[in-house]
Structure formats: C-alpha cells, structure tokens
Design a protein around this ligand. Structure first.
Ligand SMILES: Cc1cc2nc3c(=O)[nH]c(=O)nc-3n(C[C@H](O)[C@H](O)[C@H](O)COP(=O)(O)OP(=O)(O)OC[C@H]3O[C@@H](n4cnc5c(N)ncnc54)[C@H](O)[C@@H]3O)c2cc1C
Length: 409
C-alpha cells in the first residue's frame, strides 16, 4: 500500500515536497487554503522569480541554528536546485550579485513547471482547503475549517511564515506546530523597508542614489550594504536597506536605538571628499553653493542637504570656509537618520524567527517530537538575505521533507 502524505500549504516548499514524494511513489495530497497554489511565487523577484543564487554560502542564511541550515544545504544546495528546475524546463540566467532567474524572466514559468510536474505525477491538489488543527492518534488526523476531517500516514507542514499575508501565509502554521509540541521564536518581518525620522522626507521622496547604508544599533556599527537606495515619503528603501532590515527590525522590537548613516556619494571617504571639495571650490569660486553641488549629487538632494546643514544656498563658493566644506563632506558621506519603524508584514519579503529547528532533524526535516511530522519552508526559524536565498531554503527544505516523508515504512 502507498504511504499517504498530506502537505499543508501549496507554496514553493509544499510544491517541491509534493513532487519529490510523488516521484518516490507516495500518494500525495496538497491542502491549500487559497483558490490556487503558488500565489506568492508569482510575486517573487518583481514577477521574475529570483529562485537561487550563485553564492549560497551560509553567511547569507539566518536562524538560531546555523549547523541545521548548513546540513540541509549540503543535501540539496544551489546546483541541485538549478538541475531540478533545468530538467523541468527552467533555463537559468544569472544577473547582478549572482541572482539566478529563469531565462524567461517570468515567475509564472517556475510555477507552471511545478504545476505541470505535480499534475503529471498525480498529486492531488485541494484548493480552498484551510487546515485548522492536526492531531496524532496512530495516524494523523487533519481538521479542515470546513468541518471535514482527513487522515494521513505522514504530514508535511509547509504553511509559510507571515510575510505578505494576502498570499496566504498569515502565520497560522505556528499555532498548529505549537499544538503538536513545537516551540517557535517570535516572528519578525525581514527584507522590509524602514521608516525614518526626518523633516526632509517630503522633499527627497522618490530620489534614488547609488550609495552605502550603515546600520548602527545603540551606537554600534552592525552591518553595511551598498547599492541603489531610494528615499521615500515614509523613509528609505532599496536592496541595501532590505539587507539591513532584519537586524534593524529585531532591534526596534527590543526598543533599542536604531540609526542609519547613508552615504550618498559612493566610494569616497569624508577626507577624500573634503580634498575634492576644496579643489572644486578653486575651480568655480563665483558659483553659489546651490550651483556648486550640481553634478556631484542628485539635484533633488541639494536644497535638503543645504537646509539640513543650515547653510546659505546663495553663499558664493569662494566664501565657504573649510569648516563648512568639512560639514558638507560629512553629511554627503554620512547622513544620519533615526530609524523609527518598518513597513510591516504587508511589505516584508520574509520572516525572521519561526519554528525552532533544534527539535527537527536537518537530514530529514522530521520532527524529533512527533514521528511522521515534517516541516518545510519559511515556517521554520530560517531566513535568507535578499537574492534568491529564501526560495533556495524553500526548495532545500521542501526537497528533504518530501524525500524523507516518502521513504517506505
Ligand atoms: C513580494 C515578495 C517577493 C519575494 N521575492 C523573492 C525572490 O525573488 N527570491 C527569493 O528567494 N525569495 C523571495 N521571496 C520570499 C519567498 O517567496 C518565500 O520565502 C517562499 O515563498 C516561502 O515558501 P513557503 O513554501 O515556505 O511559503 P509560501 O510560499 O508562503 O506558501 C505557504 C502556503 O501555505 C498556505 N497555507 C498557509 N496556511 C495554511 C493552512 N492552514 N491550510 C492550508 N494552506 C495554508 C498559504 O496559502 C500558502 O500558499 C519573496 C517574498 C515576497 C513576499
């Protein structure tokens, strides 16, 4: 008789687990509370699906147990993901920072091939099917919100975290895991935009710079990142900000002081910039300060910068003192903002925290507390940087869970 496996959640990790288990000959049913599977997948990578990265070193993954993540990645890592998808038709294409997308640059291609393969393998997909409770009594009993009950030999929980709740992952997997004896680290939004305290936001809203952002917590430098930074009416966004947001959000939740220093001049130290400004002053002594900065920084930032420094925009360059030049150099390389919040679950791309991995075996994704119960995806206390790492984790954990849950009894 075939093993009956129920997978709760038809997202990235659930679909991967279903395919692998069905290939091993198991009878697989996916229960998905949305009216279709893979809703979030379609939104990934701005609709292009950055499904892994050339560089999948452990440093790009976070969680309370790095050894757990390392073990899992050693079983089904980047090459396995690329190979798995290539055999389903997804040709890989690399972009900046090693990000790997389907050559079609369409997230829908990734979902299509997963759906075609699970259909081909006879995976039963039940949509509009929300699981409210799971109990273990010999077999697993799965209770649906509709009142219906199902039974299974093995269950894979792949309900996602809390990021983008409209996609279905609204955190309801945590109470289910807890009711089965598992503990979870409180979930916090990650890869999310940050809110800043500044009276200049209205003026600089929509301005993009290529620069560096440095995160300070209680005055201590924690992390820096470079790239496209966007000022908005609420604060700040862009890839470097998302990369710093995990630590920033956790610190904010702990009521710690969070500061961002933004350099809007890339690759120049304050000293180098001061030297350059002094030379520049000699080249254009009759220009007003407002004109002097044109060509060096984004034009929309000139007046806000001058206002922030409380300088006179009409002052002639030749009359600007070295001390004033130093203050300009300092602000352009280190514009300090207090971080006062973040954009919340609706805008976050992933979840920091989740089901504690110390109670799960990384070689099988099986619970050490409940035999026959498996976990996959963002529900676990594992998250990644921006760059394909969260999907890599979904594929890795989904593969391992699907493969081990379908091993013969
Ligand atoms: C806007 C956005 C862009 C992103 N872009 C990228 C990217 O380019 N690269 C990358 O690596 N990562 C990206 N991510 C993160 C990545 O999409 C997720 O980490 C990944 O999808 C997690 O997979 P999962 O299977 O754990 O959960 P999900 O994909 O969230 O799937 C969980 C599924 O479970 C269902 N479910 C939940 N509870 C129940 C229940 N009780 N009963 C039945 N079904 C249930 C949900 O409806 C959902 O379909 C992005 C995230 C967002 C929000």
């Amino acid at each position: 008789m075939k093993n009956k496996i129920i997978i709760v959640g038809g997202g990235a990790s659930g679909l991967m687990a279903a395919i692998v288990a069905a290939r091993n000959g198991a009878e697989v049913t996916i229960l998905e509370k949305n009216d279709r599977v893979g809703k979030k997948l379609l939104a990934t990578g701005n609709g292009r699906c950055n499904y892994t990265n050339e560089d999948v070193r452990l440093v790009h993954f976070h969680g309370s147990d790095k050894a757990f993540i390392e073990k899992a990645l050693s079983i089904f890592g980047r090459d396995s993901v690329i190979d798995f998808f290539e055999h389903l038709g997804i040709a890989p294409a690399s972009e900046d920072n090693g990000k790997i997308y389907p050559l079609s640059f369409q997230a829908s291609s990734v979902l299509d091939v997963l759906r075609y393969e699970s259909d081909r393998l006879g995976v039963e997909v039940r949509v509009n099917c929300s699981v409210s409770k799971i109990a273990r009594d010999g077999k697993f009993k799965i209770y649906l919100k509709s009142g219906e009950n199902l039974t299974a030999d093995r269950v894979i929980l792949a309900t996602g975290g809390m990021a983008m709740p409209v996609s279905g992952s609204d955190g309801n997997g945590y109470p289910i895991a807890k009711s089965l004896g598992h503990k979870a680290i409180p979930a916090t939004p990650s890869l999310v935009q940050l809110k800043l305290k500044s009276d200049k936001l209205k003026q600089i809203n929509g301005t993009k710079v290529v620069g560096k952002a440095s995160l300070f917590i209680d005055g201590e430098l924690i992390k820096e990142d470079y790239g496209d930074i966007l000022f908005t009416d609420y604060g700040i966004s862009g890839p470097p900000i998302l990369q710093l947001s995990r630590e920033a959000v956790i610190a904010l939740e702990g009521s710690r002081r969070v500061r961002l220093d933004v350099s809007i001049i890339l690759n120049k130290s304050e000293e180098e910039l001061l030297g350059y400004l002094e030379k520049r002053r000699g080249w254009m002594p009759e220009k007003r300060l407002e004109e002097f900065l044109i060509g060096m920084i984004n034009k929309r930032l000139i007046i806000p910068v001058i206002k922030e420094l409380k300088l006179d925009k009409d002052k002639l360059t030749k009359d600007i003192s070295v001390d004033e030049l130093r203050r300009i150099a300092h602000l352009l390389t280190c514009w300090s903002f207090d971080v006062i919040g973040h954009n919340g679950w609706g805008q976050a791309q992933t979840t920091a925290g989740g089901v504690l991995t110390k109670d799960i075996d990384p070689a099988t994704m099986e619970s050490k507390l409940v035999k026959g119960l498996y976990f996959a995806g963002e529900l676990l206390d594992v998250d990644g940087d921006c760059g394909g790492y969260n999907l890599q984790w979904a594929w890795t954990s989904g593969y391992i869970a699907g493969n081990s849950a379908s091993v013969k009894f």
